[in-house]
Ligand binder design. Structure first.
Ligand code: LAN
Length: 761
């Protein structure tokens, strides 16, 4: 039976030969069967293994188990007694109490909510390939579950997409085909045949996008001449050059870092019989007779998201001459560059406790260290940290997009729970205390030593997205962490002696203020360090807008909200800077509102998500419905997208196409975002209960009420909500799961409605 272990936010699955009651095992098996039966319709798993195990823990063993039996009974009783008008109020309370009663049981002993952070389909193959090359054993049960995952997410046409809901692409298909074969699936297996046909019908794996070319090249399955140069010498340019990698978005720089080391060394695995077989299976022609140089720009049409401008192709041609022809001093420069890139790789490993910033550089860094010295301690330290990225669900074992979303989910959960006010305070206080504990242990308490040398921004006082070990500071995680701490400490359930010291809050504010950009907005991890024309040299065909860290509505809004919440508590601290930062942030948000009233969301699907942040940011900055144009416009936008059943539903295609695309079915997460935005825009205006304003808000109120009713109707009996479509995104084109959103946001919306809009009835 599998066991999930959580400690200091670290969550990982272990296989244990013994254990697991028959009932539990049956429930897990049923979950697997249910998924498989419906895998082409519902591609998103519902984290049923974690949840089954978590709910199975006896009450007294799990933490935060305030006894609510009597309370739940009393609600039923009141429901049957009260008159119609009051019954709705109790219905809301009951919905919240059931939701919290369910959700608190998923909380772990360190206070965080674990969850599946899968979605992308190009990550697991990277891990499998690197483990193959480095001879790292994953264990039979893990391999079995990985195969299950690959089978479950193969599309009906035999291919795999960039993410679970995407149509098949060469990147997805060739990578996952190789992974299947490495995991021991025979070439004559029917899934393998279907996948190979998909690849060969499109001319073979020659047209795999650049990242795939790199993975194949290290395996010896693609010739290095077929890659556009990943010149490591970039790293020894002076920093003032606008194309210095230190100026890139951190994810971009830190993924191309190990790539350029591997490319610079042409690091290639030794040939095995499997690799010889794959050389035949992936291509139509004989591997050794392929004109590799002609493949540099070859990318399958199914894969292309970002089209290359001509300048980029010229750049690659010039750089490939540099690779090809003898130039004096070249090998000196190359050695210098390899030394520098390896040093940068190793520092990133150390500073993140070998977790690394994300799943791509995690395995590539590990590979660099292996090629550097397979017997080194440094390489070995990578291995136990692979588990941090693995997640088991009913669809199988996957590699997640990060080492989890622990802090992010916990910060939102805490705020939603606080919004439920007396319900949580009176009946579930220990869940609030535990959440506070997680926020405490997850805050970053120091800066990276010699940070600047490694292009790192300050991190002392920041919150990361996942765990303190990971430690990369993020603007909106810092802000949401700060908001959550302030909300928890104001709710009355946290003992005073456990409060954060003022210094720790001040540190968070310092980070927040330091991250504001010249344009008034906030980007993700760092300030914007270069120009958007760098996108002309974006080498990745499948991702958009990755070159620099751009200001976005989400990070700006969260940062404004964090600063505003802090200002209310400590009105004297850095007051002038805080005021100015908030006002500049609000103007930035106004400036990027689209003509239709919406905001484009960069990290969630999509206009619903962006508009929720846009509204919250403006409201936190003091804008009101009556005093500005942006809020009414945003509300009109949202209402125009409401479905007749009261719900909202947006497709992930909004993110890729940058125009509103309706999802056929109402989504609870979108409905909650829209409802929260409307409530914040409408129900917080002080004049709302004055007669004339009240009348003009009637339509909005009924729209909000219909949204709330949809959420109430969609709630399951045990307090959960159904898992629907994927709701997160990155780099415009790849979707990612936020498995706890289905609980957090409906709960938050209903709580908000109850606390702010009920005077009306
Ligand atoms: C994340 C996860 C968190 C996310 C939010 C905090 C929600 C957002 O508001 C700001 C951006 C951020 C930090 C973010 C950026 C891109 C990430 C790191 C991810 C979506 C998780 C995975 C993704 C990363 C780039 C995936 C690895 C793939 C590559 C193309 C390098």
């Amino acid at each position: 039976m599998w066991k999930i272990t959580c400690e200091r936010g670290r969550q990982w699955w272990d296989w244990q030969e013994e254990g697991g009651s028959e009932e539990l095992i049956n429930q897990v098996e049923t979950a697997r069967k249910d998924f498989e039966k419906n895998k082409h319709q519902q591609k998103h798993s519902a984290d049923r293994i974690l949840r089954t195990i978590a709910l199975y823990r006896p009450l007294n063993e799990a933490y935060g188990m305030d006894d609510v039996t009597d309370y739940m009974k009393s609600l039923d009783k009141r429901m049957s007694q009260e008159d119609e008008g009051k019954r709705y109020r109790i219905q809301l309370e009951k919905s919240l109490a059931t939701a919290i009663q369910y959700y608190r049981r998923l909380q772990m002993s360190d206070g965080h909510w674990p969850g599946d952070y899968g979605g992308p389909m190009f990550l697991l193959p990277g891990l499998v390939i690197v483990c193959y090359i480095t001879e790292t054993d994953l264990g039979n049960e893990t391999k079995k579950e990985m195969k299950r995952y690959l089978y479950n997410h193969q599309n009906e046409d035999g291919g795999w997409g960039l993410h679970i809901e995407a149509p098949s692409s060469m990147f997805g298909t060739a990578m996952n085909y190789v992974a299947l074969r490495i995991l021991g699936v025979d070439r004559d297996d029917s899934a393998a045949i279907a996948a190979r046909n998909w690849i060969l019908q499109r001319g073979g794996a020659l047209g795999i996008p650049s990242w795939g070319k790199l993975y194949l090249a290290v395996l010896g399955l693609y010739h290095w001449d077929g890659l556009n140069p990943l010149t490591p010498e970039m790293w020894i340019l002076p920093y003032w050059v606008p194309i210095h990698p230190g100026r890139f978005w951190c994810h971009c720089r830190i993924v191309y870092l190990p790539m350029s080391y591997l490319y610079g060394r042409r690091a290639t695995a030794k040939e095995t019989s499997l690799i010889r077989e794959l050389k035949e299976e992936l291509y139509l022609d004989n591997f050794d007779q392929i004109d590799w140089n002609a493949q540099r720009e070859n990318c399958c049409k199914e894969d292309i998201y970002t089209h290359r401008p001509k300048v980029q192709s010229w750049l690659w041609t010039i750089l490939s001459w540099y690779e090809k022809f003898p130039i004096p001093g070249k090998s000196y420069l190359r050695n210098l560059a390899l030394e520098e890139t390896l040093l940068q790789v190793k520092k990133e490993d150390e500073y993140t406790d070998f977790i690394c910033i994300g799943p791509v550089n995690k395995v590539l860094n590990m590979l660099c260290c292996y090629f550097d010295d397979p017997y080194s301690e440094h390489f070995k330290k990578h291995i136990p940290r692979l588990k941090d990225y693995l997640w088991l669900a009913e669809d199988g074992m996957k590699m997640q997009g990060y080492n989890g979303s622990q802090l992010w989910d916990t910060a939102f959960s805490a705020q939603a729970l606080c919004e439920a006010g007396s319900i949580t305070r009176h009946h579930f206080p220990s869940t609030l205390q535990l959440a506070h504990h997680y926020l405490d242990i997850a805050q970053v308490r120091e800066n990276v030593p010699q940070g600047e040398r490694y292009y790192r921004h300050i991190s002392k006082g920041a919150w990361p997205f996942s765990t303190r070990d990971h430690g990369w500071p993020i603007s909106d995680c810092t802000a949401e962490g700060l908001k959550a701490v302030l909300a928890l400490e104001a709710c009355g359930s946290i003992p005073k002696e456990q409060f954060f010291s003022h210094e720790r809050l001040f540190d968070a504010v310092d980070v927040s203020l330091s991250l504001q950009n010249k344009d008034g907005g906030w980007a993700t991890y760092e300030n914007t360090r270069s120009y958007s024309w760098l996108e002309w040299i974006n080498p990745s065909e499948v991702f958009g807008d990755i070159m620099i860290d751009y200001s976005c509505v989400e990070c700006t809004s969260s940062s404004i909200q964090g600063l505003a919440a802090f200002r209310a508590r400590h009105p004297g601290h850095r007051r002038a800077q805080v005021d100015i930062a908030i006002e500049r942030g609000a103007r930035y948000i106004e400036s990027i509102q689209r003509p239709d009233g919406s905001w484009y969301g960069s990290w969630g699907v999509c206009f619903t998500y962006g508009t929720w942040f846009g509204v919250e940011g403006l409201v936190a900055a003091g804008r009101t419905f009556e005093s500005c144009e942006s809020l009414p416009k945003a509300c009109r936008f949202l209402c125009s997208k409401q479905k007749s059943d009261g719900s909202w539903g947006e497709s992930y295609r909004s993110c890729t196409d940058k125009v509103w695309m309706e999802a056929e079915q109402g989504q609870v997460v979108h409905t909650a975002w829209a409802v929260i935005a409307l409530i914040k825009a409408i129900c917080t205006s002080h004049s709302m209960w004055h007669s004339d304003v009240h009348v003009s808000h009637q339509a909005y109120h009924s729209s909000i009420r219909k949204g709330i009713d949809f959420l109430l109707e969609s709630q399951l009996e045990n307090g959960d909500w159904p898992q629907q479509r994927i709701s997160g995104v990155f780099n415009r084109n790849c979707m990612i799961s936020y498995s706890n959103y289905r609980n957090i946001f409906p709960l938050w919306a209903i709580a908000l409605y109850r606390s702010r809009c009920l005077e009306e009835i």
